[in-house]
Design a protein around this ligand. Structure first.
Ligand code: KMH
Ligand code: ZN
Length: 307
């Protein structure tokens, strides 16, 4: 399709608020920021929630409900909750959004990786005690997505008619997806998001992105769609450019990157989306509307969600 589907990852589950005052924390802030991202051109908003008092990533379903309902009331964007969650959450806690809300789409993490944010915690900032620990504890953190976990999430996604966005952080994850497809646990065509730049997995070099894209093409032929997400700056916009140029879809947002340019921090998710829109328009790929994205992914529609 000519249009490009822009996804905005609004707040995330691995960063902490002292990293940037722009990170939305309370349900109202998350809703406002998601609506702002939609107005700037995002067709999908990817959602985590945080404890409104501390900003700590949370799996509280009532916080998710407030955010999902709030966004649904204000705009037609596709709402894509996380099943990746944050550090310390069990797979059951992470996946509970699937049965509770039966969203149109949700993330599906396709392999276990180390997920290191401890170098950020070594910076001399005025951290809250929990923030310093949260970042430091990632030195020993494994982002767990075993085959048993993935089999369970496949089943839950099918039961809720939720379209999985398959997060692939490394090339081996593509073979995990192939395995799940061969076992009949996933439905083709699959939608894969290449996530490059997590410390512990593949890095946001164009050669690595191309290697993953070529590998996906050899494994899935024409039976997949894809999106690109770069972690950090300038990785986020390098992968936006690549996704736009090669006919893929793209993701930006404060979950992944806090900078608008080398010298300027992003003030909002909308600003990051605006920059992606500007790049897309330069390449003659206008941003897709949520309904165009729904058609592209054959989603069940927002009337069929469970919230
Ligand atoms: N946090 C990311 C690097 C998820 O939430 O399930 C990717 C992500 C996964 O957004
Ligand atoms: Zn996420």
């Amino acid at each position: 399709m000519d249009e490009v589907i822009i996804s905005a990852a609004i707040t995330g589950g691995m960063t902490v608020p002292t990293q940037s005052t722009a990170i939305p924390v309370t349900p109202d802030e998350i809703v406002d920021s998601a609506v702002g991202a939609y107005e700037a051109g995002a067709a999908i908003v990817h959602i985590h929630v945080r404890d409104p008092d501390t900003g700590r990533p949370s799996s509280d379903l009532e916080l998710f409900r407030e955010v999902l309902d709030g966004i649904k009331q204000r705009c037609p964007v596709i709402v894509q909750p996380t099943t990746g969650g944050g550090q310390g959450m069990t797979i059951e806690e992470r996946a509970a959004v699937l049965t509770e809300f039966e969203p149109e789409m949700a993330t599906f993490n396709t392999g276990s990786i180390n997920f290191g944010l401890f170098p950020i915690g070594e910076r001399d900032l005025d951290w809250a005690e929990w923030e310093r620990e949260y970042l430091e504890d990632t030195r020993g953190y494994v982002f767990r997505n075993t085959f048993a976990d993935m089999e369970r999430i496949c089943q839950m996604m099918r039961e809720g008619n939720v379209k999985p966005e398959l997060e692939a952080y490394d090339v081996g994850h593509l073979y995990n997806i192939k395995h799940l497809l061969d076992r009949g646990l996933l439905d083709a065509p699959v939608h894969i998001q290449f996530v490059l730049g997590v410390l512990g997995a593949n890095q946001p070099e164009l050669e690595q992105a191309m290697h993953m894209l070529r590998t996906a093409r050899s494994l899935f032929g024409s039976e997949f769609t894809w999106s690109a997400a770069g972690i950090g700056y300038p990785a986020e916009f390098h992968l936006v450019a690549l996704g736009i140029m090669l006919g893929g879809q793209v993701r930006v947002g404060l979950e992944d990157n806090l900078r608008l340019s080398r010298t300027q921090r992003a003030a909002s998710n909308a600003e990051l989306v605006e920059k992606a829109v500007a790049l897309a328009e330069l390449y003659d790929r206008p941003p897709a509307t949520p309904d165009q994205a729904r058609e592209f992914f054959a989603l069940k529609g927002r009337v069929a969600v469970g919230y």
